[in-house]
Design a protein around this ligand. Sequence first.
Ligand SMILES: Nc1nc2c(c(=O)[nH]1)N[C@H]1C(S)=C(S)[C@@H](COP(=O)(O)O)O[C@H]1N2
Ligand SMILES: [Mo]
Length: 252
Amino acid sequence: MTILTRRKLISSAAIGAGSLLTGCDALNRNPTFQNMLASAESGNFAVQRALGDRMQLASEYNIADLSPSFRANGTRDPGTSEYAASAAQGFADWQLRLTGLFSKPRQFSLAALQSLPQRTQITRHDCVEGWSAIGQWTGVPVKILLDVAGLRDSARFLVFHCADQLGGRPYYESIDLLDAYHPQTILAHRLNGEALPVANGAPLRLRVERQLGYKQAKYITGIEAVASLAGIGEGKGGYWQDVANYEWYAGI
Ligand SMILES: Nc1nc2c(c(=O)[nH]1)N[C@H]1C(S)=C(S)[C@@H](COP(=O)(O)O)O[C@H]1N2
Ligand SMILES: [Mo]
Protein backbone atom coordinates (compact mmCIF):
# COMPACT_ATOMS: atom_id res chain seq x y z
CA MET A 1 0.00 0.00 0.00
CA THR A 2 2.11 2.86 -1.29
CA ILE A 3 0.06 5.55 0.42
CA LEU A 4 1.32 4.34 3.77
CA THR A 5 4.90 4.99 2.84
CA ARG A 6 4.24 8.27 1.07
CA ARG A 7 1.95 9.91 3.51
CA LYS A 8 2.73 11.90 6.56
CA LEU A 9 0.49 11.05 9.49
CA ILE A 10 -2.33 13.43 10.29
CA SER A 11 -5.19 13.52 12.72
CA SER A 12 -7.78 10.81 12.10
CA ALA A 13 -10.42 13.47 12.73
CA ALA A 14 -9.88 14.64 9.14
CA ILE A 15 -11.78 11.59 7.91
CA GLY A 16 -15.13 13.05 8.83
CA ALA A 17 -14.29 16.58 7.76
CA GLY A 18 -16.56 18.98 5.91
CA SER A 19 -17.98 18.28 2.48
CA LEU A 20 -16.23 14.94 2.21
CA LEU A 21 -19.06 13.51 4.29
CA THR A 22 -21.30 13.59 1.24
CA GLY A 23 -19.25 10.87 -0.45
CA CYS A 24 -19.44 8.54 2.53
CA ASP A 25 -22.12 6.20 1.25
CA ALA A 26 -20.02 5.27 -1.71
CA LEU A 27 -16.86 5.18 0.35
CA ASN A 28 -18.49 2.80 2.77
CA ARG A 29 -18.92 0.31 -0.04
CA ASN A 30 -15.36 0.73 -1.25
CA PRO A 31 -13.35 -2.37 -0.25
CA THR A 32 -10.16 -0.39 0.27
CA PHE A 33 -11.99 1.89 2.63
CA GLN A 34 -13.60 -1.02 4.48
CA ASN A 35 -10.29 -2.81 4.84
CA MET A 36 -8.75 0.37 6.14
CA LEU A 37 -11.53 0.83 8.65
CA ALA A 38 -11.22 -2.80 9.75
CA SER A 39 -7.50 -2.28 10.29
CA ALA A 40 -8.10 0.95 12.12
CA GLU A 41 -10.61 -0.71 14.40
CA SER A 42 -8.11 -3.41 15.24
CA GLY A 43 -5.69 -0.73 16.32
CA ASN A 44 -3.77 0.22 13.17
CA PHE A 45 -4.27 3.95 13.37
CA ALA A 46 -1.54 4.62 10.82
CA VAL A 47 -3.84 3.16 8.15
CA GLN A 48 -6.70 5.35 9.20
CA ARG A 49 -4.49 8.42 9.25
CA ALA A 50 -3.18 7.60 5.80
CA LEU A 51 -6.74 7.45 4.51
CA GLY A 52 -7.51 10.80 6.09
CA ASP A 53 -4.53 12.27 4.31
CA ARG A 54 -5.77 11.09 0.92
CA MET A 55 -9.01 12.95 1.56
CA GLN A 56 -7.32 16.27 2.27
CA LEU A 57 -7.62 19.12 -0.19
CA ALA A 58 -4.80 20.07 -2.55
CA SER A 59 -3.48 23.61 -2.03
CA GLU A 60 -5.45 26.29 -3.81
CA TYR A 61 -3.89 29.53 -5.03
CA ASN A 62 -4.90 33.08 -5.94
CA ILE A 63 -5.37 34.79 -9.31
CA ALA A 64 -2.04 36.56 -8.73
CA ASP A 65 -0.31 33.16 -8.69
CA LEU A 66 -1.50 32.06 -12.17
CA SER A 67 1.26 31.04 -14.57
CA PRO A 68 1.51 33.54 -17.44
CA SER A 69 0.62 30.71 -19.81
CA PHE A 70 -0.36 27.15 -19.06
CA ARG A 71 2.03 24.92 -20.91
CA ALA A 72 0.70 21.95 -22.91
CA ASN A 73 2.19 18.46 -22.85
CA GLY A 74 1.55 15.07 -24.46
CA THR A 75 -1.13 15.30 -27.14
CA ARG A 76 -1.69 18.94 -28.16
CA ASP A 77 -4.38 18.11 -30.73
CA PRO A 78 -6.01 14.68 -31.21
CA GLY A 79 -5.70 15.34 -34.96
CA THR A 80 -8.63 13.21 -36.17
CA SER A 81 -11.18 14.52 -38.68
CA GLU A 82 -13.93 13.78 -36.16
CA TYR A 83 -12.25 15.90 -33.51
CA ALA A 84 -11.53 18.72 -35.97
CA ALA A 85 -15.19 18.76 -37.08
CA SER A 86 -16.36 18.94 -33.48
CA ALA A 87 -13.85 21.68 -32.64
CA ALA A 88 -15.05 23.67 -35.67
CA GLN A 89 -18.50 23.93 -34.10
CA GLY A 90 -17.26 24.74 -30.64
CA PHE A 91 -17.81 21.12 -29.53
CA ALA A 92 -21.60 21.64 -29.66
CA ASP A 93 -21.95 17.96 -30.66
CA TRP A 94 -19.51 16.59 -28.04
CA GLN A 95 -21.00 13.84 -25.89
CA LEU A 96 -19.65 12.56 -22.60
CA ARG A 97 -20.79 8.95 -22.26
CA LEU A 98 -21.22 7.36 -18.83
CA THR A 99 -21.04 3.59 -19.29
CA GLY A 100 -20.46 0.48 -17.22
CA LEU A 101 -21.65 0.12 -13.64
CA PHE A 102 -24.31 2.83 -13.54
CA SER A 103 -28.00 2.19 -12.84
CA LYS A 104 -28.90 5.10 -15.17
CA PRO A 105 -26.11 5.17 -17.79
CA ARG A 106 -26.44 8.32 -19.89
CA GLN A 107 -24.68 10.92 -21.97
CA PHE A 108 -24.19 14.61 -21.48
CA SER A 109 -23.63 17.35 -24.01
CA LEU A 110 -21.27 20.15 -23.03
CA ALA A 111 -24.27 22.42 -22.46
CA ALA A 112 -25.87 19.83 -20.16
CA LEU A 113 -22.64 19.56 -18.16
CA GLN A 114 -22.44 23.33 -17.88
CA SER A 115 -25.97 23.50 -16.48
CA LEU A 116 -24.95 21.33 -13.50
CA PRO A 117 -23.32 22.76 -10.35
CA GLN A 118 -19.78 23.95 -11.07
CA ARG A 119 -16.60 24.33 -9.08
CA THR A 120 -13.67 26.68 -9.79
CA GLN A 121 -10.23 26.07 -8.28
CA ILE A 122 -6.72 27.42 -8.78
CA THR A 123 -4.20 24.61 -8.42
CA ARG A 124 -0.68 23.61 -9.34
CA HIS A 125 -0.13 20.95 -12.01
CA ASP A 126 3.07 18.93 -11.61
CA CYS A 127 4.37 16.89 -14.55
CA VAL A 128 6.86 14.06 -13.98
CA GLU A 129 8.98 15.60 -16.71
CA GLY A 130 9.92 18.31 -14.23
CA TRP A 131 7.69 21.33 -14.82
CA SER A 132 4.74 22.83 -12.97
CA ALA A 133 2.07 25.39 -13.83
CA ILE A 134 -0.67 27.07 -11.84
CA GLY A 135 -4.06 27.33 -13.55
CA GLN A 136 -7.67 28.13 -12.72
CA TRP A 137 -10.03 25.29 -13.63
CA THR A 138 -13.82 25.35 -13.82
CA GLY A 139 -15.95 22.27 -14.26
CA VAL A 140 -18.49 19.88 -12.86
CA PRO A 141 -17.53 17.78 -9.83
CA VAL A 142 -17.31 14.12 -10.85
CA LYS A 143 -19.39 13.27 -7.78
CA ILE A 144 -22.39 15.07 -9.31
CA LEU A 145 -22.20 12.90 -12.43
CA LEU A 146 -21.96 9.71 -10.38
CA ASP A 147 -25.03 10.72 -8.40
CA VAL A 148 -27.04 11.61 -11.52
CA ALA A 149 -26.12 8.35 -13.29
CA GLY A 150 -26.45 6.17 -10.19
CA LEU A 151 -23.07 4.58 -9.58
CA ARG A 152 -23.64 0.93 -8.71
CA ASP A 153 -22.40 -0.70 -5.49
CA SER A 154 -20.12 -3.00 -7.49
CA ALA A 155 -18.12 -0.10 -9.00
CA ARG A 156 -14.55 0.33 -7.72
CA PHE A 157 -12.85 2.52 -10.35
CA LEU A 158 -13.65 5.12 -12.96
CA VAL A 159 -11.91 4.84 -16.31
CA PHE A 160 -11.56 8.03 -18.38
CA HIS A 161 -11.57 7.41 -22.13
CA CYS A 162 -9.96 10.05 -24.37
CA ALA A 163 -10.26 11.09 -28.00
CA ASP A 164 -6.51 10.98 -28.73
CA GLN A 165 -3.98 8.25 -29.39
CA LEU A 166 -0.25 8.23 -28.70
CA GLY A 167 1.85 5.81 -30.74
CA GLY A 168 -1.32 4.11 -31.99
CA ARG A 169 -2.83 3.48 -28.55
CA PRO A 170 -5.73 5.35 -27.02
CA TYR A 171 -4.84 7.49 -24.01
CA TYR A 172 -6.82 6.60 -20.90
CA GLU A 173 -6.59 6.98 -17.14
CA SER A 174 -8.39 5.72 -14.06
CA ILE A 175 -9.03 6.69 -10.45
CA ASP A 176 -10.57 4.97 -7.43
CA LEU A 177 -13.67 6.10 -5.58
CA LEU A 178 -11.72 8.04 -2.97
CA ASP A 179 -10.54 10.37 -5.72
CA ALA A 180 -13.83 10.18 -7.63
CA TYR A 181 -15.72 11.63 -4.64
CA HIS A 182 -13.00 14.09 -3.66
CA PRO A 183 -14.46 17.63 -3.83
CA GLN A 184 -11.64 18.92 -6.06
CA THR A 185 -12.05 16.14 -8.63
CA ILE A 186 -13.78 17.84 -11.56
CA LEU A 187 -14.30 17.54 -15.29
CA ALA A 188 -12.99 20.91 -16.37
CA HIS A 189 -14.20 22.79 -19.46
CA ARG A 190 -12.62 26.16 -18.65
CA LEU A 191 -9.01 27.22 -17.99
CA ASN A 192 -8.21 30.68 -16.63
CA GLY A 193 -11.76 31.88 -17.27
CA GLU A 194 -11.89 30.86 -20.93
CA ALA A 195 -13.06 27.81 -22.84
CA LEU A 196 -10.47 25.04 -22.43
CA PRO A 197 -7.94 25.36 -25.30
CA VAL A 198 -7.42 22.40 -27.66
CA ALA A 199 -3.82 22.02 -26.46
CA ASN A 200 -5.01 21.58 -22.87
CA GLY A 201 -7.71 18.99 -23.60
CA ALA A 202 -10.79 20.69 -25.06
CA PRO A 203 -13.59 20.34 -24.48
CA LEU A 204 -13.25 18.31 -21.26
CA ARG A 205 -10.38 17.18 -19.09
CA LEU A 206 -10.04 15.59 -15.69
CA ARG A 207 -8.57 17.46 -12.73
CA VAL A 208 -7.62 15.10 -9.92
CA GLU A 209 -5.60 17.52 -7.88
CA ARG A 210 -3.76 15.23 -5.46
CA GLN A 211 -2.03 13.44 -8.34
CA LEU A 212 0.61 14.09 -11.02
CA GLY A 213 0.10 15.48 -14.52
CA TYR A 214 -0.34 12.23 -16.42
CA LYS A 215 -3.49 11.43 -14.38
CA GLN A 216 -5.14 14.64 -15.71
CA ALA A 217 -6.74 13.00 -18.77
CA LYS A 218 -7.58 15.38 -21.64
CA TYR A 219 -10.14 15.13 -24.52
CA ILE A 220 -12.51 13.01 -22.43
CA THR A 221 -15.24 11.18 -24.34
CA GLY A 222 -16.41 8.77 -21.68
CA ILE A 223 -16.35 7.67 -18.08
CA GLU A 224 -16.65 3.92 -17.56
CA ALA A 225 -17.39 2.60 -14.07
CA VAL A 226 -15.76 -0.79 -13.51
CA ALA A 227 -15.19 -3.33 -10.75
CA SER A 228 -11.67 -4.09 -11.95
CA LEU A 229 -9.07 -2.51 -14.22
CA ALA A 230 -8.05 -5.91 -15.56
CA GLY A 231 -9.98 -5.70 -18.83
CA ILE A 232 -8.97 -2.13 -19.71
CA GLY A 233 -5.93 -1.51 -21.95
CA GLU A 234 -3.18 -3.74 -20.60
CA GLY A 235 -4.73 -3.73 -17.17
CA LYS A 236 -2.44 -1.28 -15.36
CA GLY A 237 -5.00 1.50 -15.19
CA GLY A 238 -3.61 4.03 -17.63
CA TYR A 239 -1.70 4.74 -20.81
CA TRP A 240 1.63 5.54 -19.14
CA GLN A 241 1.20 2.71 -16.64
CA ASP A 242 0.79 0.25 -19.56
CA VAL A 243 3.52 1.75 -21.75
CA ALA A 244 6.20 2.76 -19.24
CA ASN A 245 5.21 1.27 -15.88
CA TYR A 246 4.31 4.61 -14.32
CA GLU A 247 2.67 4.23 -10.94
CA TRP A 248 -1.12 3.96 -11.00
CA TYR A 249 -1.45 6.09 -7.86
CA ALA A 250 0.65 9.17 -8.61
CA GLY A 251 0.18 11.06 -5.35
CA ILE A 252 1.84 14.41 -4.78
N1 LIG B 1 -5.65 12.50 -23.47
C1 LIG B 1 -4.45 12.85 -22.96
N2 LIG B 1 -4.38 13.29 -21.70
C2 LIG B 1 -3.20 13.64 -21.16
C3 LIG B 1 -1.98 13.53 -21.89
C4 LIG B 1 -2.08 13.08 -23.23
O1 LIG B 1 -1.08 12.97 -23.97
N3 LIG B 1 -3.33 12.74 -23.73
N4 LIG B 1 -0.78 13.88 -21.30
C5 LIG B 1 -0.75 13.93 -19.83
C6 LIG B 1 0.41 14.60 -19.25
S1 LIG B 1 1.87 13.73 -19.14
C7 LIG B 1 0.35 15.84 -18.70
S2 LIG B 1 1.65 16.57 -17.88
C8 LIG B 1 -0.88 16.64 -18.83
C9 LIG B 1 -0.58 17.90 -19.58
O2 LIG B 1 -1.70 18.74 -19.56
P1 LIG B 1 -1.57 20.11 -20.34
O3 LIG B 1 -1.37 19.78 -21.80
O4 LIG B 1 -2.82 20.85 -20.08
O5 LIG B 1 -0.35 20.80 -19.78
O6 LIG B 1 -1.93 15.96 -19.52
C10 LIG B 1 -2.00 14.60 -19.27
N5 LIG B 1 -3.20 14.10 -19.89
MO1 LIG C 1 3.19 14.85 -17.65
